[in-house]
Design a protein around this ligand. Structure first.
Ligand SMILES: C[S@@+](CC[C@H](N)C(=O)[O-])C[C@H]1O[C@@H](n2cnc3c(N)ncnc32)[C@H](O)[C@@H]1O
Length: 259
């Protein structure tokens, strides 16, 4: 089942993802008339920048979270060039194959990258491009360590029995091999470190609750969401070094094979 999001909090707190999305988008070339899928559009902050890059084209914004889709639909209401679709990317079907698929901060929420990449290839025209950025090997390792400690403590311990994290933070070699196996060529994959500082433990806790710990929170009653995020933030603050989320991104560029 799709993970639900608090769209209002994400919209407010997504500055890091929007910044990296803008930077990544700025490194890409577009003719301007392409039809592009934004795979995992969230509330549409980065989608908005993508729409500007294809002034003669169109964007299909896809997300599995109803709250995110509703927010994106509000953002693009009246814009005929943007279609917002509520769909799981593992079942992606946008109708006519598109010229390009763009994605930021999404693929690491999906465990099965082999299947994901096959679905993406199916929805691209031969020669169509994939440009995606998501969490890569080593992503938020310090935060993960803090979360693992908090999960073992009271009163949270009992909720995490049998917990398996469904996230996937792949390395460049594995991602390259998966993309090639799914029918892509001219594949480039690389990691980037994006350490993201926070002014206070409170701000980090709010951010963890709205973004990084979304899946953890599905195991907890609502009343424990903020206490858990606060415990994790305190643990991050007691680690050596500055208060930060130690983000690592993986970029992937690939072209769907012609035949
Ligand atoms: C962190 S947000 C990123 C949103 C936006 N791309 C950005 O960069 O700000 C991750 C988004 O991926 C979506 N997502 C995660 N798994 C998905 C799936 N299997 N199918 C479709 N969307 C998914 C979530 O619902 C969420 O809106």
């Amino acid at each position: 089942m799709a993970l639900e999001w608090d769209a209002a909090s994400y919209e407010e707190l997504a500055d890091p993802m929007t910044r990296w999305g803008a930077e990544f988008l700025g490194s890409l070339e577009f003719r301007g008339d392409e039809v592009v899928v934004d795979a995992g559009c969230g509330t549409g902050r980065v989608t908005e920048l993508l729409v500007e890059r294809v002034p003669e084209g169109a964007v299909v914004a896809v997300d599995a979270s109803e709250a995110m889709v509703e927010a994106a639909r509000r953002r693009f209401a009246g814009d005929e060039r943007v279609r917002v679709v509520c769909q799981d990317l593992l079942e992606l079907d946008v109708g006519e194959p598109v010229d390009a698929i763009f994605s930021t901060a999404t693929f690491h929420w999906i465990k099965d990258h082999e299947r994901l990449f096959k679905k993406l290839a199916e929805n691209l025209k031969p020669g169509g491009r994939l440009a995606a950025q998501c969490g890569g090997a080593g992503n938020v390792a310090r935060v993960q360590r803090a979360a693992e400690e908090a999960m073992r403590e009271e009163p949270f311990r009992r909720y995490f029995e049998g917990w398996e994290d469904q996230k996937e933070y792949p390395d460049p070699e594995t991602t390259r091999a998966r993309l090639e196996a799914a029918g892509f060529e001219r594949v480039e994959t690389w990691l980037l470190e994006k350490p993201t500082p926070f002014d206070s433990v409170e701000k980090l806790a709010r951010y963890l609750e709205a973004v990084i710990l979304r899946r953890h929170l599905t195991k907890l009653p609502k009343s424990e969401h903020s206490p858990f995020a606060e415990r994790v933030a305190e643990k991050v603050s007691s680690q050596d070094g500055p208060l930060m989320a130690d983000y690592v991104r993986i970029n992937m560029l690939a072209t769907r094979k012609e035949a």
